[in-house]
Design a binder for this molecule. Sequence first.
Ligand code: 9MR
Length: 344
Amino acid sequence: MLAADPSTNPPLRTLAGARGIGIGAAVAPGPLANDPAYRATLAREMNMIVAENCMKLHQIQPRQGQYDFAGADALAAFAASNNMRLRGHTLVWHQSAPGWLKDRQWSRAELLNVLSQHIATVVGRYKGRVCCWDVVNEALDDKTPGLRTSLWHDVIGPDYLDHAFRFAHAADPRAKLFYNDYGTEGLNRKSDEQYAMLKAMLARGVPVHGVGFQCHFVFDSYPAPETLVSNMNRFADLGLETQITELDLRISTPVTPEKLERQARAYGEIFRAALEARNCTAVLTWGLTDKYSWVPAFFKGFDAGLLFDKDYAPKPAHDAVHQALSIDADLAVPPGSRGAGPKL
Ligand code: 9MR
């Protein structure tokens, strides 16, 4: 079933490469090591991968100063041997603070030192192998304007972002450094705030190069494609690359053929929006197959958000993406003119 399905021919990565855009998926070391169909499908269809969890602070530095690089090394090796780019996710995130970090009092100087050590160690290890880092993830508050409360924010202050980006740039001056968030995909209060924040960081000379739009949506409820394009374009106007970093379109159960068709249309629209936006350099889905998606565990009553089903069969969504990437129509963005342009 895997290789024979004509809808995968040519594979998505070939089509995406011809359009000058990256296509990827979030990956976990477990199935990468143990599931041959996972490896084969990834290698065939994707030209990028991103670490779903194994580069988060609590996994990569589970005790202070003691690093566990096994999972991240496996991803880096897989990317290198399959001619894929690797995204690093994520250096600073309020949700990945292990016990050693959150269960004690820190002075500002001590915590800045923790931040600097962590970033120098992790970014330094993958220097030249990670194309783009999500340096800071989800710093903006959902409900009230401003940065959310977190250890980093509360102890270091709002300039923890500037420091994180500067530390990352020092450790790998060629890596593209991203700010990544959700709820900022459309034109709204939070995306305006993200725009103002990044504009101010650029004005201060902070080395930020890109912005990631997560795009965890429900299959029949998401921002209009033209809104996605205008929003991405205003960030491009600041000189930033844009990427869709965590796309999935979850379906309310029961999953029916009609819902899968609706999901396919949505995937097609979102990929066309990415292709139309001036400086969108990649689209990554948050997982490869519905077999391992985070969705059912986090959203009761939802499932099936990805391009491949639990048996690795390409879903209608896959075929819609295939078609979106194949369309020969004139585009605003000629291949090769995007900021990063895959080296593939
Ligand atoms: O998919 C990830 C899930 O397996 C983890 O348990 C969870 C907490 O670490 O993080 C999930 O990934 C999140 C990502 O890192 C940031 N954006 C939201 C993603 C879905 O929650």
